[in-house]
Design a protein around this ligand. Structure first.
Ligand code: ADP
Length: 362
């Protein structure tokens, strides 16, 4: 049995899982909260494991910039590069790095592997990742689209390919969690995705606005709103929360059902944006073999799935109401047999993907 220890180190939490790589079974795991000292927290985990050493340790790292195109064995030099990339992800990379350092200290001799959220999207073509701004400014500041949720997309697109019996399938994958994005995947390669230089661009999310006119920032800035306040507005007080007063999709749906006009509008905006991207990615891919839904909302909300593909029969997309409404935890087809484009629900498993990618480097 090859076991991988999977670490998701946040600024004040440490989520870990011990995974049997061959069977995919989760052997142990916990979420340690209110972490102030990652080294002490990791020492606590080591104690909980009873001194048992995994074969490999896989770390979730949010930003790999343009440098990391795949999972990478951690060395001092890789640590330094992740540190440098903190400029692009100031909230995440330092916390991820603290987890890496703590694990290297707690488990001497066990290889550590960094698995980047951005890596899967390094296959984007220049026309997809380039922002149309002054090229010198962009170059000097690392400004380009990177995309996120890559570990999830990698896991889900492989599983969707298996379900379809076609690893070369063209897929439009909606990862709809608290953070949300969509990717166009052609034969296992990401060709477009909705998140950009940061996870703020694209879809309406739990608390993030997604796409908006950047002119809004100048308008608010000129009226005296500070940079910090703008950051808080767009990242933490927008999206479903900003429109409906809650970031939990279940609560928004319940409020809309009991007549809240704000919640109804929030759902309409959320769906409108999803349909906008679906149309765009159908065009980019020249048609898709499947539309795939994953993460909290994508896996559990049949209403969201139905709203995204409603009225798209002209594009060969026909959902089967009964299949779509049937609760299940398995990867499954929810489109009608007459649908030219399959509609799939594929539960994501980022921890297992990190475990597999880490073990593959052994
Ligand atoms: P995270 O991005 O934090 O990992 P998840 O992938 O767990 O988030 O997704 C969280 C979202 O999924 C929440 O908005 C939650 O309301 C939503 N969700 C979970 N179950 C359901 C459901 N049955 N119906 C609608 N939304 C759901």
């Amino acid at each position: 049995m090859t076991t991988a220890f999977v670490v998701n180190s946040g600024s004040s939490s440490l989520k870990w899982e011990l995974v049997d790589v061959e069977s995919g079974e989760k052997l142990r795991g916990a979420l340690v909260e209110r972490v102030t000292d990652h080294t002490a927290a990791m020492a606590g985990v080591l104690e909980e494991l009873g001194g048992e050493h995994p074969a490999v340790i896989g770390h979730r790292v949010v930003h790999g910039g343009s440098r990391f195109t795949r999972a990478t064995l951690v060395t001092d030099e890789v640590e330094a590069a992740i540190d440098e990339l903190s400029a692009l992800a100031p909230l995440h990379n330092p916390a991820n790095l603290a987890g890496i350092r703590a694990a290297r200290a707690a488990f001497p001799g066990v290889p550590n592997v960094a698995v980047f959220d951005t890596a899967f999207h390094q296959t984007l073509a220049p026309e997809a990742y380039t922002y149309a701004i002054d090229a010198a400014v962009a170059r000097e500041n690392g400004i380009r689209r990177y995309g996120f949720h890559g570990t999830s997309y990698q896991y889900v697109s492989r599983a969707a390919g298996e379900l379809l019996g076609d690893p070369a399938a063209k897929l439009i994958v909606f990862h709809l969690g608290n953070g949300a994005s969509v990717a166009a995947v052609d034969g296992g390669r990401s060709v477009e995705t909705s998140m950009g230089m940061t996870p703020l661009e694209g879809l309406v999310m739990g608390t993030r606005s997604g796409d908006l006119d950047p002119g809004i920032l100048f308008h608010l800035g000129r009226s005296g709103v500070t940079l910090e306040a703008l950051d808080g507005l767009l990242n933490r007080r927008s999206g479903l929360l900003g429109l409906a007063g809650t970031n939990d999709m279940r609560d928004v749906q319940a409020a809309a059902a009991s007549g809240s006009a704000d919640a109804r509008l929030a759902l309409d905006v959320y769906h409108h944006r999803l349909r906008h991207y679906l149309g765009a990615y159908l065009a980019l891919l020249g048609g898709a073999d499947a539309i795939v839904f994953t993460a909290g909302v994508g896996e559990n909300s049949s209403a969201t799935r139905a709203a995204v593909v409603a009225g798209m029969e002209a594009f060969g997309i026909v959902i089967d109401e009964r299949l779509n409404d049937a609760p299940s935890k398995d990867a499954r087809v929810v489109s009608s047999p007459s649908s030219r484009v399959a509609v799939l629900v594929v539960p994501t498993d980022e921890e297992l993907e990190i475990a597999r990618q880490a073990a593959a480097l052994l």
